[in-house]
Design a protein around this ligand. Structure first.
Ligand code: MSP
Length: 514
């Protein structure tokens, strides 16, 4: 068996639920952020997790569409603009740029950044509203009740905690105005049925249970228009009203792929709507009912990540002054180190803490020491012993077996991003141990060539597997070996590395102090 096919054969053994490597599409979205204030670490974390999944599916060979953006209507934005002495449009134009800058600095590989003030989105939001109205699911009434402008959500007395918004712990405003209502109550049984039938409709399962229990308490119709302000999508059947901002916002997931065009047909239903735990109700009960009413297929998975808190365990909030600015953070640290730290540290789906000390610790030990040293030692040996050209040799089976590719694939499939990353880093450690045990500096001839060839091929696999998590550094490793990162199939079916000239890349991760 030729050397190049050894990794391929090994890879071919990996079959996850039969579809890991299947071609096909993968459509992933994040929530669209309120640009009423600047981006915070929670926004960055969500985009990062989506980016890891998007990049992973590109590696699998899928056609990926990754949508993110900003949610620019509603009373919260209007008030923030007033405070800034700007028109709402000027204000969101300015603020959305900050979210784009965040994406750029954090290397978020989105395919489209949607803004809900775009003409195309407004048109589609109106079309869907009209369709739902024509289907008989919208009627005119009067809304009298509580509203939290911070989460742009209506609450019943039962939802409140000590009479306050359960998310923001602030008193709600009393709203009393003419409003269109959507027959949300009509969809209760259908949603329960969908939850029963579809294993992955909401992940993790605990969140699914929460929705099921809340639904069992009953479901009221939803107020879907406002008349007391005008910063929103005009209701097509009555322009005195603007659409409830959540209805407008949720529609971004289909307007972002140009509903009802060819692109929509290609990518819908979404494979993953990635969101935080505070908006699961909106993305399941409300979104699914709107879709059912408009006769549009339901998304496959609503994937719920946890919240990031500060090291003291406090929720980040502007009033507490403990909000971490992800743009400023990215200017102080290597972005790949931040990305690595967040994914490695926080079990996906759970809440986690952000601590700069821990970020530095993981940077210095796992990235600078374990990964950086492996890369530098390997490249230095190729330079010293083989005049900078990767020798041909045989792969070491014992080391190869330490790469638990199947477990990595399975973790990614199960959304256990932290475990996948931990597995990859175990292999990095195994490679360092391999060098220590083999002592290549004491070897010569084919024995030395085998060790170095094995290390070079291992680095190639490591670069590929780490690419979704630390893309810039993974590309630097790949470049140093004379290869490009494309997808698994290309890499594993491409020719072996023997004969490639290496490029030294300097320090991959600088050790840092606070
Ligand atoms: N605009 C709505 C979403 C509309 S989607 C059709 C919204 N915006 S938001 O700016 O408040 O939140 C955007 C995303 O950030 C949400 O998924 C939310 O859960 C997430 N996070 C907000 N604070 C967070 C943390 N502290 N940690 C992690 N994610 C957090 O809701």
């Amino acid at each position: 068996m030729s050397k190049k096919s050894t990794f391929l054969t090994f890879f071919a053994k990996v079959k996850i639920r039969g579809d890991a490597l299947s071609k096909g599409k993968f459509y992933i979205t994040t929530a669209i952020d309120y640009p009423s204030s600047n981006p915070h670490l929670g926004h960055a974390y969500e985009k990062l997790c989506a980016d890891v999944l998007a990049r992973w599916h590109r590696l699998l060979g899928k056609e990926v569409f990754f949508l993110t953006g900003t949610d620019e209507h509603g009373i919260k934005i209007m008030r923030a603009a007033e405070k800034a002495n700007m028109s709402p449009q000027e204000f969101v134009d300015m603020q959305s740029e900050k979210f784009k800058e965040l994406c750029k600095l954090w290397n978020i590989s989105y395919d489209r950044f949607i803004r809900t003030t775009e003409a195309q989105h407004i048109k589609i939001a109106q079309e869907i509203f009209k369709k739902i109205y024509e289907n008989g699911d919208i009627y005119l009434g009067k809304y009298v009740g509580k509203y939290c402008p911070d989460c742009e959500t209506f609450y019943t007395e039962k939802d409140l905690v000590n009479g306050k918004c359960p998310v923001h712990n602030k008193p709600c405003e009393i709203v009393s105005e003419e409003s269109y209502f959507f027959r949300l109550s009509k969809y209760k049984e259908k949603i329960l049925e969908y939850l029963e039938k579809n294993e992955l409709s909401i992940w993790p399962a605990g969140k699914k249970e929460e929705i099921r229990n809340r639904l069992k308490n009953g479901l009221l119709d939803l107020s879907v228009s406002r008349t007391s302000f005008d910063w929103g999508v005009p209701v097509p059947i009555n322009p005195k009203h603007v659409q409830y901002v959540w209805v407008d916002a949720l529609i971004n997931y289909i307007s972002g792929i140009d509903y009802p065009s060819e692109r929509f047909k290609r990518f819908w239903p979404a494979d993953v709507h990635l969101i935080g735990k505070d908006i699961v109700w909106h993305h399941t009960v409300i979104w699914w009912s709107l879709l059912m009413s408009a006769n549009i297929e339901l998304p496959k998975t609503v994937l719920v990540h946890g919240f990031i808190q500060t090291a003291g365990g406090e929720k980040m909030s502007k009033s507490k002054g403990n909000v971490i600015d992800p743009i400023e953070l990215a200017k102080r640290y290597n972005v790949d180190a931040i990305r690595y730290y967040l994914i490695r540290e926080i079990p996906f789906g759970e809440d986690g803490y952000f601590s700069e000390e821990k970020l530095i610790e993981r940077n210095n030990t796992e990235l600078a020491n374990d990964l950086g040293n492996l890369v530098n030692r390997t490249l230095a040996m190729i330079e010293r012993y083989f005049n900078s050209t990767i020798p041909s040799g045989s792969l070491d089976n014992a080391l190869k077996e330490k790469l638990r590719l199947q477990a990595i694939m399975q973790h990614m499939q199960n959304f256990e991003l932290h475990l996948a990353l931990a597995e990859i880093m175990q292999f990095v450690k195994a490679c360092n141990q391999y060098i220590n045990e083999k002592e290549p500096w004491k070897k010569q001839g084919s024995e030395l060539a085998d060790i170095i060839y094995t290390l070079a091929e291992s680095l190639r696999v490591i670069a590929l597997l780490l690419h979704p998590f630390i893309p810039t550094s993974a590309e630097r490793i790949a470049n140093s070996l004379g290869i490009k990162i494309t997808n698994f199939e290309d890499i594993f079916s491409g020719k072996g590395l023997a004969g490639n000239r290496i490029e030294k890349i300097g320090i991959l991760f600088e050790k840092t102090k606070r």
